[in-house]
Design a binder for this molecule. Structure first.
Ligand code: ADP
Ligand code: MG
Length: 260
C-alpha cells in the first residue's frame, strides 16, 4: 500500500525549527501551521526572532534543525532516501518565487520603473509570458491604487505608494503565501492606513498571509490566528479574541500591556 498524500497540505508548515547566529540561538524549536486562505499575525518584542522565522520560510536563512514546507513542498532541501540534500540554487530561486515577501523598507529596484519592478520576477524566475505578466501587473497596480504611476521610478513615489507597489509585485508571483515583515513600520503615520487597506482587501479576498506587525487593532480585525513569539519560541497562539483579550501566558500579557 502506498502512503496517501495529504490532499490539503498547509500553506505553511514549520516543524521544530532551530536557528543560531554564532552562539546566539534565535529560533529555539518553532512550530507554525498556516491553513490556505487564512491570515496569521505574528506579534512579539523586538529581537524575538520574528524576521528570522519569516526568512526561513523562503530559505533566505537556512535552518539548523527542523523542516519548513510551503504548500506541502519541503523548502530548500530534497529528500534522498532518509537524507536531506540542499537544493541547487536554481531550484531554490524557483521555489522562492512562490512566496511573496513584503519588507519594512519596500525594497523596490530603484533603477526599474513601477511596472518593471512588478514584471521582473514572474518573467525571469518563473519564465512566464511577458504579455500575460504585463496585463496582470497593470491590473494589480490598478487594484492597489497606483495604476497611474506605472512608468514612474520608486523614488518619485511616497512611501505608501512604494509599499503598495511592493504588494502588487508580490501578488504578481501568484504566490502560495505572502509574508509581510512590519509592512507599515517605516511609513509616516498618515500613510499607514492606505497600506493596511490594501492588505485588508487581500485578506477579504481569501489570500494566505503571514504578517508581522505591531498594529494590534489591525491584527484583531484581519487575523484568523495570532501568534505571540518571545525568545525564539511561540509562547501562545489562537484566535485574536483569545490571545489578545484572554492571554493565558504572563509573557503575552506583559507584552500586550506595553503595546496596547
Ligand atoms: P525580530 O524580527 O523579532 O525583531 P530578528 O529575527 O530580527 O527579531 O532577530 C532575532 C535576533 O537575532 C536578534 O538578536 C538579532 O540581533 C539576531 N540576528 C538576526 N539576524 C542576524 C544575523 N544575520 N546575524 C547575527 N545575528 C542576527
Ligand atoms: Mg523584525
Amino acid at each position: 500500500m502506498t502512503t496517501p498524500v495529504d490532499p490539503t497540505p498547509y500553506a505553511v508548515d514549520v516543524r521544530g525549527v532551530h536557528k543560531s547566529f554564532g552562539s546566539l540561538e534565535v529560533l529555539r524549536g518553532v512550530d507554525l501551521k498556516v491553513r490556505k486562505g487564512e491570515v496569521t499575525v505574528i506579534l512579539g518584542p523586538s529581537g524575538s526572532g520574528k524576521s528570522t522565522l519569516l526568512r526561513t520560510l523562503n530559505h533566505l536563512e537556512k535552518v539548523d534543525r527542523g523542516t519548513v514546507r510551503i504548500d506541502g513542498e519541503l523548502v530548500g532541501y530534497r529528500r534522498r532516501g532518509n537524507k536531506l540534500h540542499e537544493m541547487r540554487e536554481r531550484d531554490i530561486l524557483r521555489q522562492r518565487s512562490r512566496i511573496g515577501f513584503v519588507f519594512q523598507s519596500f525594497n523596490l529596484f530603484p533603477h526599474l520603473t513601477v511596472l518593471e519592478n512588478v514584471i521582473e520576477a514572474p518573467i525571469s524566475a518563473q519564465r512566464r509570458d511577458r504579455a500575460e505578466v504585463e496585463t496582470l501587473a497593470r491590473e494589480l497596480l490598478d487594484r492597489v491604487g497606483v495604476g497611474d504611476k506605472i512608468h514612474d521610478y520608486p523614488k518619485q513615489l511616497s512611501g505608501g505608494q512604494q509599499q503598495r507597489v511592493a504588494i502588487a509585485r508580490a501578488l504578481a508571483l501568484r504566490p502560495a503565501v505572502i509574508l509581510f515583515d512590519e509592512p507599515t513600520s517605516a511609513l509616516d503615520p498618515e500613510l499607514v492606513g492606505e497600506v493596511l487597506e490594501v492588505i485588508r482587501d487581500l485578506a477579504r479576498d481569501g489570500a494566505t498571509l503571514v504578517i508581522v506587525t505591531h498594529e494590534i487593532g489591525f491584527a484583531r480585525e484581519v487575523a484568523h490566528t495570532v501568534v505571540f513569539m518571545d525568545g525564539g519560541v511561540v509562547v501562545e497562539q489562537g484566535p485574536p479574541a483569545q490571545v489578545l483579550d484572554r492571554p493565558t501566558q504572563e509573557r503575552t500579557r506583559a507584552f500586550l500591556s506595553k503595546v496596547l
